[in-house]
Design a protein around this ligand. Sequence first.
Ligand SMILES: *[C@@H]1O[C@H](CO)[C@@H](O)[C@H](O)[C@H]1NC(C)=O
Ligand SMILES: *[C@@H]1O[C@H](CO)[C@@H](O)[C@H](O)[C@H]1NC(C)=O
Ligand SMILES: *[C@@H]1O[C@H](CO)[C@@H](O)[C@H](O)[C@H]1NC(C)=O
Ligand SMILES: *[C@@H]1O[C@H](CO)[C@@H](O)[C@H](O)[C@H]1NC(C)=O
Ligand SMILES: *[C@@H]1O[C@H](CO)[C@@H](O)[C@H](O)[C@H]1NC(C)=O
Length: 311
Amino acid sequence: MVALLVALALVICAAAATCLHPRDTTAVSLHFGYSREEGPLTWAGIPSAHNSSADWSVCRLGRHQSPIVIYTDTLKPLPPGSVAVAISNVDAGKALLENLGTTLEVAGLMGVLKYGGMGYDFQQLHFHTPSEHRIDDEYFPLEMHLVFKAPDASLAVTGVLFQLGTSTTPNPLLTNIFLNLALVSNPHTNTTTGALDFSALTHNLTTTPSLFSYNGSLTTPPCTEGVAWFVLGEPQTGYLDVELYNAVKGVMKFNARYSQNGPGGVNLLELAREIGNNGTVLTSPTDIRFTSVQNWNFVKFYRRLVSIVYS
Ligand SMILES: *[C@@H]1O[C@H](CO)[C@@H](O)[C@H](O)[C@H]1NC(C)=O
Ligand SMILES: *[C@@H]1O[C@H](CO)[C@@H](O)[C@H](O)[C@H]1NC(C)=O
Ligand SMILES: *[C@@H]1O[C@H](CO)[C@@H](O)[C@H](O)[C@H]1NC(C)=O
Ligand SMILES: *[C@@H]1O[C@H](CO)[C@@H](O)[C@H](O)[C@H]1NC(C)=O
Ligand SMILES: *[C@@H]1O[C@H](CO)[C@@H](O)[C@H](O)[C@H]1NC(C)=O
């Protein structure tokens, strides 16, 4: 595996500082947020509210939406080495940290992810606070998303969960990504990062025994499905310095979409709409499509309703 990673790294970039590529410019121009009427409950309606022809309806109709709660008693991790990730290191001043208003994002890096015979090119990395994915219902203070795109435009995203730590040697990758954080405290500003070394993180992604994969979506509009997710379920203990976290949180505020139904389960907004309209959502017991990564209290409640209605 080490040999494979070295080979990948050579393909990506012989001299890191000379092979930067510009960020994808097909950015979403419609405005969305995380609070009140701009928040995730109403994302699907934002295009029509602005007379846009964009289609965000999968945010409220899709049945493979992200993020989810990963229940480790039912979703088994991939065998270590299933995924190979390499991201080129860069010198100080060579990568850009941008405040997009909805997240803090690093652009201008090169990398690849290989999985199941597919190769995906690195696009950007960005952050969410608190974490979007949860493990056995628990959330984490910060989640980093590394976004990769295949030649056929399909996406693979890795979610890396961070736990707060009191270590005297805080993780250098996070420290250097946010080196000039104070310069991007306002939306639509950018600055440079310190030197970024991804080798420890990519080594962990490749060797960890707790990498969870599922078929989901973008966690922001347009909520596009068919995204191959890889969530590093073992929190990076001692990884995130408390003071740095507080500073990052002060800039990003809150940008986590609520947990979606498990893959294949009916979209929770559809379920809520039907409950609101009809008082109950039951047509027949066979309509119930709860998957293993579902909220079991709700399943129990729902089954009880079924037994009452159909008894
Ligand atoms: C959208 O179109 C309607 C009808 O043409 C118009 O009344 C409304 O002001 C428009 N809204 C925006 C945000 O442009
Ligand atoms: C970064 O900010 C500067 C202004 O400070 C602006 O000219 C430049 O276009 C920005 N770059 C990106 C990639 O947004
Ligand atoms: C890699 O994972 C180990 C636990 O398996 C953890 O202690 C370490 O902090 C991780 N390192 C990085 C750079 O993520
Ligand atoms: C992933 O889910 C989408 C629906 O959102 C489906 O079209 C696609 O076939 C699924 N892919 C895999 C590999 O299961
Ligand atoms: C809820 O109402 C819709 C619209 O009238 C109807 O199509 C659907 O069958 C109803 N669902 C139930 C469970 O009664």
